[in-house]
Design a protein around this ligand. Structure first.
Ligand code: PBG
Length: 345
């Protein structure tokens, strides 16, 4: 029994008495009993992609194990996630036609709306159906809003207020299709208030809002942009509307509070691991459920290093998700949701 040997060794040779934390680490059942943080599959949200006009699921090279679904394969996947106890899904659409305002996002026959109807029928009473509410997957220029000038022109910017009108239409279309929660991710000022008013005005007072409140202009979204076939025209970026990652809690709390004041039911910090300080501060400050998005790049880094044999996938994946929870997230959006649910089934 090596463990007993080790304990005896400490007792005999040490000048120090065994400390309380050390004693509580001495067996797996004690460690489980004393663990402060538990990951629960019911608190995980699986981000999923559904693509218009394909007849077989398409792998995403930079997101191993994640696919662009067909309507049919999405239904199968979400039924299985429901059976595994995963709490929610976050649906993203990949339309076959993109335009300047992203009209596929609010078309009642758009791919996300059609899929939400399928899922509401299949599992609407077992899984929370969330829909990402943004236009970057649907615009030909790749920005999260409506432009005030020619795409690619350095003087062109995203028109905040024109974008809010489009977001309101998307919210109503998603709610009509059966979304339980809409999740605005475009970082427009006033988006939560505009969406809340639109939902209430359309008789959807029960549809909730998960606001991507503290969302940073992160390099970690790279694989996601492959997943939704999104490239910003002219090689631009989102730094004029997403947060600067040199800024911390002061700016994040202002963004979060604005969203709560406008009616957000839940708020989000995104990405997760490089922003644990933000997660902890927001958790301490607000009284609504806090979500954190373990984003595509965070997932891909684990997969790539594990594929090289450089790290142990399961150990690092569990450690990372647990750290996000420990920092204060109540809910975690993660491409690892299915893996975690299967590993703990
Ligand atoms: C915007 C949106 C993005 C992600 C979720 N919603 C991309 C972006 O802001 O550029 C990224 C998610 C991820 O990287 O996993 N609709």
């Amino acid at each position: 029994m090596p463990r007993r040997l080790r304990i005896r060794c400490v007792l005999v040779t040490g000048n120090f008495p065994v400390s309380r934390p050390r004693r509580l680490r001495s067996s797996a059942p004690l460690r489980d009993l004393a663990a402060e943080t538990q990951l629960d599959v019911r608190h995980l949200v699986a981000p999923l992609f559904v693509r218009e006009g394909i007849d077989a699921p398409q792998p995403i090279a930079s997101l191993p194990g994640v696919v662009q679904h067909t309507r049919a394969s999405l239904r199968d996947e979400v039924r299985q996630l429901a059976d595994l106890g995963v709490g929610a899904i976050m649906l993203f659409g990949v339309p076959s036609i993109k335009d300047s305002i992203g009209s596929g996002a609010f078309d009642p026959e758009g791919i996300v709306q059609l899929s939400l109807r399928d899922l509401a029928d299949d599992v609407g009473d077992r899984v929370v159906l969330m829909a990402d509410l943004c236009v970057d997957e649907y615009t030909d220029h790749g920005h999260c809003g409506i432009l005030d000038g020619p795409a690619g022109d350095p003087h062109t910017s995203v028109d905040n207020d024109a974008t809010l009108d489009v977001y309101a239409r998307i919210a109503i279309a998603q709610a009509n299709a059966g979304a339980h929660v809409v999740a605005p991710s475009g970082m427009m000022d006033g988006q939560v208030g505009a969406i809340r008013a639109a939902l209430d005005g359309a008789g959807h007072s029960n549809v909730g809002i998960l606001a991507y409140s503290a969302k940073y202009a992160s390099g970690l979204y790279g694989p996601f942009r492959d997943a939704v076939d999104c490239a910003i025209v002219g090689g631009g970026d989102r730094k004029a509307y997403q947060q600067d990652w040199r800024n911390g809690v002061r700016e994040a709390l202002a963004e979060v509070q604005a969203d709560i004041d406008q009616g957000a039911d839940m708020v989000m910090v995104k990405p997760a691991l490089a922003y644990l300080d933000i997660i902890a501060a927001v958790r301490a400050q607000v009284n609504v459920p806090l979500a954190a998005y373990h984003v595509s790049g965070e997932y891909s880094m684990i997969k790539a290093a594990a594929a090289n044999g450089w790290i142990d996938h399961d150990a690092v994946a569990t450690e990372h998700l647990t750290a996000i929870k420990r920092a204060g997230a109540d809910v975690i959006l993660t491409y690892l949701a299915r893996w975690f649910a299967e590993a703990h089934a």
